[in-house]
Design a protein around this ligand. Structure first.
Ligand SMILES: [Zn+2]
Ligand SMILES: [Zn+2]
Length: 674
């Protein structure tokens, strides 16, 4: 298994992997951003376009290389670089350095070469020796040819030492350079076969994967394999750092010229930061880089909040995915990178406000299930409740603060309207969650079975959902207004369609389904006879769903099984059959005489195999869980509406019934897509 050392090596390899890929992104970015003179002739333009395409293609190819191939490429690259540098140094030294004279060049204020003879050639010899050895090691040259390479690199220095005339020295260095180039060419030619076969292998692999898994999975795999988010992050951060250094340097020079001692005042600092941010999103690639940075911030924010509120939901760790995607879509939708610098800053801050509210919505989606499970399962420890309540409070206060602040600063616009609507919606959602939480808590402390609880929870939740739906429609109207009168891009139109589908259509559909389910369940249940009073006391049994005794009344099914009205209604949302024996509950037929007058003994159900509920206890667990789970963890998309509405598939998965099979089939078709 992985020893600490092995793991360290692996991590180092991963870091190198990322570092080696970043230059490709820089090259692509530079090519995309470089200015082209439109006045030049078409031949020049065509040539330039061709060169750019070639550059982008080459960089993309290197970017998507496998780790092994990437390392090989860089080994080769560094070897060629070393060889070239050493040849250049040789040429420079032999033709421009007057060996024993006082002549030397000064560049950037530094003496490039030492002045005196022996120290000069000794230094040169050592440098060239190192270059030669480095070249030989990197290319893994055989020992004989390695000696030859090192010799050929150092020979011009010996020409210097024995004071050959300048022409002869130049000839020697040229020949040595040619020899090195020849050696490299031979090496590359020998590797050509390997290159051909690996290219072919990669091509076949990609084709195979494309045929089996489709293009989406192929892209996903590549995205992960080349650690693209990491590469983008490193790219963006390096770019920002370099620009920051340059800007600070410029500010310093300017202030030293004007004689202003406080060169980094608050204003200057603010200017600097806004400049940096503006240039941090000046192209699609940099916006992607910014999204990658936002992704890691959101990821750790999400993780820390999950840890703080004590949630164990694996699914909720998607904030690191949702936030950058939202940011990127917003940037595309508003054409962020194409704007003028000043406008860009304004637009970016507006997008950030929207993103912030969306993140708060997502966090609410994370806290809500925890809040519900804490209250529904009556966890007594206040220490577990406190963090969740605190986060909920923050989720209420932050949007209020944000909208108050924005209303003070800006005049009404579609953007401000959208942010405010988002904030109000969030506040309402928090209120709904807290109300339901309060109801469950009251139920937990009261000690008696509260039959109406379910109804109240339903009313609160559905009010919340109706309000959410109304807000969805309002936001749609706002978006439509923006599209008609402000900026109508294709991406915005797509987003509007998505919004209409997920936040309006699905929400309405789910809400309606819940309503109908509930109504039919109530109707079904009301058709069953009720047992009360003396007859109830004669039963001496418990409800088979919740294992609690009957307090005031019980409902009896045609198959003569007893349940609480509330428990049975929850069950009837899902299935028409009796949880004990799987006979139809709602069919008007004569009760069977064979059925015994009891829930838990005496009656053996016909062995109907699949779908039979083995453990009544489990029902309670599921019921509590389903009541607890507020399903809208994914705040904006795919809103599932009611805590009391039971997810059919969830039941199916737990009971091994029909829906599970359906699920299985779905899975199957998904994975073997084509
Ligand atoms: Zn019950
Ligand atoms: Zn039954």
């Amino acid at each position: 298994m992985a020893s600490p050392q092995g793991r360290l090596t692996q991590q180092a390899m991963a870091v190198l992997d990322v570092v080696f890929r970043v230059p490709c992104v820089f090259i692509i970015d530079a090519i995309c951003n470089c200015y082209s003179d439109p006045a030049s002739g078409w031949a020049v333009t065509a040539g330039r376009i061709f060169l750019r395409c070639l550059g982008i293609l080459g960089s993309s190819m290197v970017l998507t290389l496998s780790q092994k191939a990437l390392f090989r490429f860089y080994t080769l690259f560094f070897a060629v670089l070393l060889g070239t540098v050493s040849v250049l140094i040789n040429y420079y030294a032999t033709s421009h350095v007057d060996f024993y004279g006082a002549y030397y060049k000064a560049a950037l204020g530094h003496r490039l070469l030492p002045r005196n003879g022996p120290s000069l050639w000794l230094g040169l010899a050592i440098v060239q020796l190192m270059f030669g050895i480095g070249y030989a090691v990197l290319l893994n040259v055989q020992s004989v040819s390695a000696a030859f390479v090192i010799l050929s690199v150092t020979v011009p220095i010996w020409g210097l030492v024995v004071e050959l005339p300048v022409e002869a020295r130049q000839l020697v260095s040229t020949i040595s350079g040619l020899l090195l180039a020849l050696n490299t060419a031979v090496y590359l030619a020998a590797k050509l076969r390997w290159f051909y076969y690996s290219c072919r292998y990669v091509y076949l692999l990609v084709r195979h994967m494309y045929r089996i898994y489709g293009v989406q999975l192929l892209l996903e795999d590549t995205w992960k394999r080349i650690r693209f988010p990491d590469v983008l992050r490193v790219f963006w951060l390096t770019r920002m750092t370099a620009q920051a250094i340059i800007l600070v340097y410029v500010v310093r020079v300017v202030s030293s010229e004007t004689g202003d001692p406080s060169y980094l005042s608050w204003d200057v600092f603010w200017d600097l930061v806004s400049n940096l941010i503006i240039s941090g999103c000046d192209s699609t690639l940099t916006v992607l880089g910014m999204s990658a940075v936002i992704s890691s911030i959101a990821h750790y924010l999400g993780l820390s909040i999950l840890a703080f509120i004590g949630s164990t939901e694996e699914e909720d760790k998607r904030l690191g995915f949702v936030a950058p995607v939202l940011f990127f879509i917003l940037a595309l939708q508003t054409g962020l990178s194409g704007l003028q610098p000043e406008e860009r800053l304004v637009r970016l801050s507006r997008n950030m406000c929207l993103l912030l509210t969306a993140i708060l919505h997502f966090i609410h989606g994370m806290t809500d299930p925890v809040l519900m499970s804490l209250s529904a399962s009556h966890v007594p420890s206040m220490r577990r409740h406190f963090p969740v309540l605190l986060v909920s409070l923050c989720l209420f206060v932050l949007p209020v603060l944000l909208s108050v602040l924005l209303w003070h600063r800006y005049a009404l616009s579609t953007w401000l309207f959208a942010v405010t609507a988002f904030c109000v919606e969030l506040c309402l959602k928090v209120i709904v969650s807290l109300t339901v939480y309060g109801l469950f808590m009251v139920d937990g402390y009261s000690g008696v079975l509260w039959e109406k609880l379910d109804d109240y929870v339903y009313y609160v939740r559905s009010t919340g959902n109706v309000i959410e739906f109304v807000f969805g429609v309002i936001m749609f109207g706002n978006g439509a207004y923006t599209m008609m009168f402000e900026s109508g891009s294709k991406i915005r139109a797509c987003m509007m369609c998505l919004h209409a589908y997920f936040n309006i259509y699905l929400q309405a559909k789910n809400g309606w389904k819940t309503f109908i389910n509930r109504r039919t369940a109530v109707k079904k249940m009301n058709s069953l006879p009720e047992v009360k009073g003396v007859q109830l006391n004669a039963i001496k049994d418990v409800c088979a769903i919740c294992y609690q005794e009957f307090v005031s009344s019980a409902r009896v099914t045609p198959c003569r099984h007893y349940f609480h009205a509330l428990c049975l209604r929850k069950w009837l949302y899902i299935q028409d059959t009796c949880p004990m024996c799987h006979q139809k509950v709602y069919v008007e037929e004569e009760p069977r005489d064979t059925a015994a007058f009891s829930n838990n003994n005496g009656y053996a159900a016909p062995d109907d195999g699949a779908g039979r509920l083995a453990e009544p206890r489990e029902v309670e667990g599921i019921a509590a869980e389903a009541a607890a789970a507020a399903p809208d963890s994914d705040s904006e998309l795919l809103e599932d509406n009611d805590s009391i509405e039971y997810d059919e598939e969830e039941w199916g998965a737990k009971n091994g019934g029909m829906p599970m099979e359906e699920d299985y089939i779905n899975d199957d078709t998904d994975s073997s897509d084509e």
